[in-house]
Ligand binder design. Structure first.
Ligand code: CTP
Length: 237
């Protein structure tokens, strides 16, 4: 399970990031634990307390999350990739705080009327795409999509490009959905093109609905659902 934003530092005082709070990912981790799963949570910086019983791995940058995810993935049945990973990081990270005056002098040296400060960025690795390439037989890979444009077309593109089994697509930039909201609304599409529209609900409730859609994709998934309902495990007498 990955959750929260990543931070890409410019210097010790500044970073590039996004408004992800980690709440959807933490809710999914709590729900998976409640259903009897063993959960490792790779978390970017958040203010949330980890659900009791989770194996927490804290990371800050996309590169750190990439290494941690590649390290964990071979041993897991299910990957839920809710983290909002920064797609770009500054090309250089200054060891000391970049002073305003230094930037002003650099801008003044540039010819012409353009006094903009230029920031050079490098792409970060696409963690989910790499996990999709390395997916083991039987492993289930669930991605998320944060969109402002055509939700379905963009989500389907990511589902195919990243070799996912299921994608949970959210609209961002609207009240009550996506980043920083207590509630969420989502379009879920599986690898066979089946769609589920999940109406607005709390992120905790949505975690339950998402796992209800994921469980049938897992080998032995129905057994876990029964265990949650208090019925004996498969094979138990
Ligand atoms: N993701 C990832 N590594 C990245 C970027 C995204 O693993 N460097 C994962 C996210 O955790 C999410 C999914 O890919 O599960 C989609 O993320 P999103 O930000 O919606 O899309 P991008 O692939 O970054 O594409 P775009 O920015 O063009 O929408």
């Amino acid at each position: 399970m990955t959750a929260g934003p990543t931070r890409e530092a410019l210097d010790p005082a500044r970073f590039l990031s996004n408004p992800s709070t980690g709440r959807m990912g933490y809710a999914l981790a709590a729900e998976a634990l409640a259903r009897g799963a063993e959960v490792t949570l790779l978390s970017g910086p958040t203010h949330l307390s980890p659900p009791p019983g989770v194996n927490l791995v804290r990371v800050t940058t996309a590169d750190e999350m990439f290494r941690a995810a590649l390290n964990q993935a071979p041993g897991v049945d299910l990957v839920l990739k809710a983290a909002a990973v920064a797609d770009y990081r500054p090309e250089e990270r200054a060891r000391r705080k970049i002073k305003k005056e230094t930037l002003r002098r650099a801008a003044l040296k540039r010819r012409g009327p353009d006094r903009a400060i230029l920031l050079r960025l490098q792409p970060t690795p696409d963690i989910l795409e790499e996990l999709g390439r390395r997916k083991k037989p039987g492993q289930v890979l669930v991605g998320f999509a944060a969109e402002t444009g055509d939700l379905e077309t963009n989500a389907l593109g990511k589902l195919r490009r990243k070799n996912l089994d299921l994608i949970v697509a959210n609209r961002i930039g609207r009240e009550g959905e996506g980043f920083e909201a207590d509630t969420n609304r989502a379009l879920v599409i599986d690898r066979d093109g089946r769609r589920s529209d999940l109406p607005i609900m709390t992120k905790e409730a949505m975690a339950g609905r998402i796992l209800d859609l994921v469980e049938p994709l897992l080998a032995g998934g129905t057994g876990r659902a029964r265990r949650r309902a208090g019925a004996p495990e498969e094979g138990a007498s």
